[in-house]
Design a protein around this ligand. Structure first.
Ligand code: I22
Ligand code: ZN
Length: 640
């Protein structure tokens, strides 16, 4: 079973049920979730908790849970104010997944949910797809200053277009906008339209529907239905209707369904007042009926009762209402914008007219109202078209295909176990570990070398310890500094490997315990100002942890060469050097490189600590040095 997280920060699928203020995104998320569940997906929809009584996790329909994300006030707030809450939204989802398991894929809806998905991808490596529903740059083009979203939206959308595994365009116009305005990679855009649910929308019989709504069964009826905002072009619908009625001398009425309440009160829906003014101005106040909002269950009767459905917004990312009207067998008079020009086939399932052009609209409306057989024919063609192209079931199947593609790609990106020899694999993995560690280790190696140099300069000594291979590394390190590394003729530096005294190690382990064999020696040899260098690939060896604790207690500086997650040693080290691997031998190999580099840097720093004009022998063996100079002759050996 595949687990999908649908993220929809402001548009809850539950709002789609009540229907009064639900926009297209609520319907989309609700329907996609339900139909994905029917295809066998386990779907969780993450949406902001905007009412106090909502439980955190609600089992909604079989296979779909709604997770109410508790960020911001548990009340409705404008979506323009949600961006600052998104970081908490992301944190909540990451914690939720830590508790309840990961998703196979995230499907974000709208740009702010996209931000959550993109951050989760960076954090957890989850693939994501996004349906924008509306694009900020398109909105700004059409709405200008009326657009209340911050300008950050543009840069965020650009990032999402770059980082999403797939961008779902809802129609060819959306796809073109993504390419032209956002430079989206065409190979990662897939066009999947919105849909309708045949159980919800089907022809109800015109006369019966009109009767149920209390409308005159014989009068020509035109319907405009949707949210009441200026960009929906309801004023153009009213003006076009007025022209058609005037010019053709028809007896018809226009139903305008929508608003903030079921009561068509301009005090509750200010836009309504403006539109009533337009109807009066056009002399059709008695023919335009504002109904207020209606429950979703009642909409099929409205769509079925109408002879013509009008949808002429200035722009529309997709436009679900024309589909729903077509699903009820009603021809659509639509604006040639966005998804409408894709769903409505001009001259076949209705007509397309330019946006904001009441004259063109009036003419086409007149043609339709005057020709009953044409309306009949177009209504049937509309029904056929939506049933074959735009059901939610079909949409969910297409999305499932996109999810499968993304998953296959993700699998392809996972490193295939290499077929080459063990030796080749070891080289490869060491190179990977080196590359990963490089950036992090460079400043740490320099800092460790500096701390060790300072320790020597103040007259201190270095104690080194480790187990197994790291014990050998400890001795190796001591040998380089007590003896010589690259620079010939310098003084010996005081480094004591705590792993070398077998009598002490065996007696203490035999009689007392192994866990404090090093701590005991730190107590014996360590003085304030000295430095302990602890080496452990896991950071969990008890004797290493105890040695670091003892060193801290005595005022020694602590440096630790670690790997994996650093274990308890990590927090006890003033300077931890972490190798980005969990494989012991690879960590040790990087440790050796780090130790050699530390030796080289320390030698260099010690030799330049005194003015350059002094003879080399004096610089390398300063007058205050406690150990005698053993310089020449150096016998021939591998390191010479
Ligand atoms: O050399 C190796 C593995 O390459 C082993 O001897 C290894 O050092 C031992 O297992 C150590 O006991 C591991 O201890 P540590 O690095 O986790 O502190
Ligand atoms: Zn080893």
């Amino acid at each position: 079973m595949k687990r999908i997280a649908l993220i929809s920060e402001h548009a809850s699928p539950l709002a789609a049920l009540g229907g009064t203020d639900a926009g297209g995104q609520n319907v989309y998320v609700a329907q996609v979730a339900r139909h994905l569940a029917r295809l066998g997906y386990a779907v969780d929809v993450f949406t902001r908790r905007d009412a106090p009584h909502f439980p955190e996790v609600l089992e909604w329909v079989p296979g779909v849970r709604v997770v109410h994300v508790p960020v911001g006030p548990a009340a409705a707030i404008p979506k323009e104010d949600l961006l600052p809450l998104m970081a908490d939204f992301t944190r909540f989802m990451a914690a939720f997944m830590a508790r309840e398991g990961r998703y196979d894929l995230l499907h974000a809806n709208f740009w702010m949910s996209g931000l959550v998905a993109a951050d989760l991808k960076r954090l957890l490596g989850l693939p994501f797809v996004i349906t924008f529903h509306a694009l900020g740059k398109v909105r700004r083009l059409h709405q200008g200053e009326a657009d209340g979203f911050p300008d950050d939206r543009f840069a965020i959308e650009e990032r999402l277009v770059r980082e999403a595994d797939r961008v779902i365009a809802e129609c060819p116009q959306d796809e073109a906008d993504l390419r032209d305005l956002y430079a989206a990679d065409p190979a990662r855009i897939v066009t999947v339209p919105c849909g309708f649910d045949p159980d919800e929308f089907s022809p109800q019989g015109r006369r019966e529907a009109r009767e149920r709504l209390g409308l005159d069964p014989d009068e020509l009826t035109v319907l405009q239905l949707g949210r009441m905002v200026p960009r929906k072009g309801v004023d153009d619908a009213i003006r076009g209707f007025a022209r058609a009625v005037r010019e053709r001398g028809l007896s018809a009425r226009l139903l305008v369904v929508g608003g903030n309440s079921p009561d068509p009160d301009p005090a509750l829906t200010p836009e309504l007042g403006r539109l009533q003014g337009v109807a009066r101005e056009e002399g059709v106040a008695d023919r335009v009926i504002f109904t207020g909002s209606r429950d979703r269950a009642a909409l099929r009767d409205y769509y079925s009762a109408a002879d013509v459905f009008i949808s002429t917004p200035w722009y529309e990312p997709f436009g679900i209402t024309p589909l729903e009207a077509m699903a009820c067998g009603t021809p659509v008079l639509g604006a040639r914008v966005g998804g409408i020009q894709y769903t409505v086939m001009d001259g076949e399932t209705g007509y397309l007219v330019p946006p904001r052009d009441p004259d063109a609209l009036g003419k086409r409306l007149g043609d339709l109202l005057a020709d009953a057989p044409l309306r009949e024919q177009m209504g049937e063609a509309a029904l056929m078209r939506v049933r074959s192209h735009f059901t939610w079931e079909g949409v969910a199947r297409q999305l499932a295909g996109v999810y499968r593609e993304v998953e296959q790609e993700a699998e392809g990106a996972r490193p295939v176990p290499p077929a080459e020899s063990l030796v080749e694999r070891a080289f490869q993995s060491l190179m990977t570990t080196l590359t990963r560690s490089r950036r992090a280790l460079e400043p740490q190696i320099e800092a460790a070398a500096e701390a060790i140099t300072e320790c020597f300069e103040r007259g201190g000594k270095v104690l080194v310890c480790g187990n197994g291979g790291s014990a050998a590394d400890a001795q190796h390190f001591a040998a380089e500094l007590v003896g010589r590394f690259r620079i010939d003729g310098r003084r010996g530096l005081p480094v004591l490997a705590l792993t070398a005294d077998t009598a002490m190690l065996t007696a203490w382990s035999n009689d007392v315990g192994f866990d404090d064999v090093f701590a005991r020696q730190v107590e014996a040899f360590g003085c304030e100002g000295d430095l302990l260098l602890a080496i452990s690939t896991s950071g969990r060896s008890p004797n290493i942890v105890a040695a670091l604790q003892a060193a801290r207690a005595r005022g020694l500086t602590t440096v630790a060469l670690l790997g994996g997650r650093g274990g308890d040693a990590l927090a006890l080290a003033d300077l931890p050097l972490m190798v980005a691997s969990t494989d012991t031998p690879r960590i040790q190999e990087v440790h050796i490189l780090a130790l050699h580099l530390i030796c080289e840097l320390v030698e260099e720093q010690i030799s330049t600590a005194l003015p350059a004009h002094l003879p080399a022998a004096v610089r390398l063996n300063p007058p205050g040095a406690t150990s005698p100079l053993i310089s020449a002759p150096v016998r021939k050996g591998a390191n010479v």
